[in-house]
Design a protein around this ligand. Structure first.
Ligand code: NAD
Length: 509
């Protein structure tokens, strides 16, 4: 069954061979290497993409610089109106784009649709935000003076995105940046270039209808030899938002930091759930299973560790075993609506899965369920009993392997919870108010996201998204994340007839 894939590709404007560079409505005639987009479902080539060469990148950058001069002058609510129309275009294309996400990345169709919904949600959020780019006013210590803070557009925002959220990460950044008056250069993961191409095809008509200058929304599919260090070291790009592994994030942060540029780093997680004695297991088990096997364990917020109170340890283990057995029967083609777990992205990920399990065994851990590679890129979600300090448990393995461990006291649980290098998402399942409040207090979870009675994955766009420690410290999406996309200016205005100096200084001459 082909699930109508060819028709979907056609509607999204994906050809057998595509250009990988666009400044909005203009697709370049690229001269770089050719990337094959390979579906993780069956290893087939979906389509090819011609990459940028160095000259293409330079032209995009110069076009973006010119576009910024125009875009920054457009009133923010008018920019918001364009983002509103983009949101509507995404609504119209939701089914097709969701299917392409599923086909190219391998997440199940429902999750593909969910990812497109996140794009729509951030568009709606950004439209509202476009009327709320608030500054402050302050009372001056000098008579007849007024002080205020205001936020101005920053310039070119570089977006480097990971394979596992091939469309939403761009939207989270680009839609906010756009209402803030910035222009965007998107370098998607080379594993999922078609999703990026499709997004640009979807927004093209809106850009044309509104005479948006070429260079506001840019896409550059390129190898890191063409758009790697030269991009992150480029002083013409004041902000780089990078989503990816901690290794890549560190490199980007170092290079951008060396030129005192700004970074939003959204990197790896090692997310845990604490299962307290009073946890409502009927609620918790589906949350754990979704968190650990959803997207085949390839979410930055996937549940990787489960810290279970000793009094409920056996009960949780038995219920998980039951759930994991059921999940095994629902591994398959992610486009099939009955499937719960699709493939991992590629053979490299299958090797990561095998390595994680081998390391657990070597350290003396016990595999409770799983440890099975099926055909192609399909693996059986696995969970194992481990100790938190083992290196393999400390590392993020971006595959469906869940680690479980026991605790006696809440202090011990919080210590285990925080005792990893990463700090993205976390949860506690408890009906005890003291435990819940302690977990989200200053002495509780050290993560950027800390939940009570919901799992670690599936954040809403209304909150600021990101994490601490080796997760990078960046925040994007909701709350006041928009401020990172703007430069802040403090103004003092003297509307009197004297020039008093601050701090009472006299400087008469
Ligand atoms: P990755 O680090 O391999 O790649 C991320 C991006 O960096 C890709 O676009 C890649 O092409 C690019 N890149 C690689 N080398 C580069 C270089 N030298 N210069 C510039 N860019 C370069 O990550 P991945 O495998 O695509 O994604 C999985 C990782 O992303 C996991 O660690 C996951 O936790 C993380 N992630 C984090 C978040 C978050 O919000 N915290 C969200 C999604 C994924």
């Amino acid at each position: 069954k082909d699930f109508g894939v060819q028709e979907t590709l056609k509607r999204l404007g994906i050809e057998p061979i595509n250009q990988g560079v666009s400044t909005g409505t203009h697709w370049f005639d690229c001269n770089g290497a050719v990337t094959e987009s390979v579906s993780p479902i069956d290893g087939s080539v979906i389509a090819k993409v011609k990459n940028a060469n160095a000259a293409d990148y330079e032209e995009v950058l110069e076009t973006a610089q010119e576009a910024f001069k125009v875009w920054r002058k457009m009133p923010a609510p008018k920019r918001g109106e364009i983002v509103r129309q983009i949101g509507n275009a995404l609504r119209d294309a939701k089914d097709d784009l969701g299917k392409l996400v599923s086909l190219e990345m391998g997440k199940i169709y429902q999750e593909g649709l969910g990812e497109v919904q996140e794009m729509i949600d951030i568009c709606d959020f950004a439209v509202g935000q476009s009327r709320m780019l608030y500054g402050f006013t302050m009372h001056s210590e000098r008579p007849d003076h007024k002080m205020m803070d205001q936020y101005h557009p920053l310039g070119i925002v570089g977006v480097i995105s990971a394979f596992n959220f091939p469309v939403a990460v761009w939207a989270w950044n680009a839609m906010l940046a756009a209402v803030c008056g910035d222009v965007i250069i998107w370098k998607p993961s080379s594993k999922v270039p078609l999703c990026a191409l499709a997004c640009h095809n979807i927004i093209q008509k809106v850009l044309k209808d509104n005479d948006v200058p070429e260079g506001v929304f840019n896409l550059v599919v390129a190898k890191s030899s063409v758009m790697g260090d030269n991009f992150i070291e480029d002083k013409r790009v004041p902000l780089i938002s990078v989503t990816g592994s901690t290794a890549i994030g560190k490199r980007v942060a170092e290079k951008v930091g060396a030129r005192l540029g700004r970074t939003i780093a959204e990197l790896g997680g090692n997310n845990a759930i604490i299962m307290a004695p009073s946890a409502d297991l009927d609620m918790a088990i589906p949350g754990i299973v979704f968190g650990s096997v959803g997207t085949a364990g390839q979410r930055c917020t996937s549940t990787r560790r489960l810290i279970i109170h000793e009094s409920i340890y056996e009960d949780v283990k038995t219920r998980l075993l039951h759930a994991y057995k059921q999940v095994e029967g629902k591994i398959g083609n992610p486009l099939d609506e009955k499937t719960l777990v699709g493939p991992v992205i590629d053979n490299g990920a299958v090797e990561v899965y095998k390595h994680a399990i081998a390391e657990v065994k070597k350290a003396g851990g016990k595999i409770v369920y799983g440890d099975k590679v099926l055909d192609g890129n399909f693996v059986v979600p696995t969970f194992c009993e481990v100790e938190n300090h083992w290196q393999i448990v400390q590392d993020e393995s971006f595959v469906p392997v869940l680690y479980i461990m026991k605790y006696k006291t809440l202090d011990e649980a919080i210590h285990l919870h925080n005792d990893v290098p990463q700090g993205l998402s976390s949860s506690i399942f408890t009906m005890n108010m003291r435990e819940a409040q302690t977990f989200i207090s200053a002495i509780g979870s050290d993560c950027g996201i800390a939940n009570v009675n919901i799992g670690t994955s599936g954040a809403e766009i209304g909150g600021a998204f990101g994490g601490e420690k080796e997760t990078g410290g960046g925040r994007e999406s909701g709350s006041d994340s928009w401020k990172t996309y703007m430069r802040r200016q403090t103004n003092t205005i003297n509307y009197g007839i004297d020039l008093p100096l601050a701090q009472g200084i006299k400087f008469d001459f």
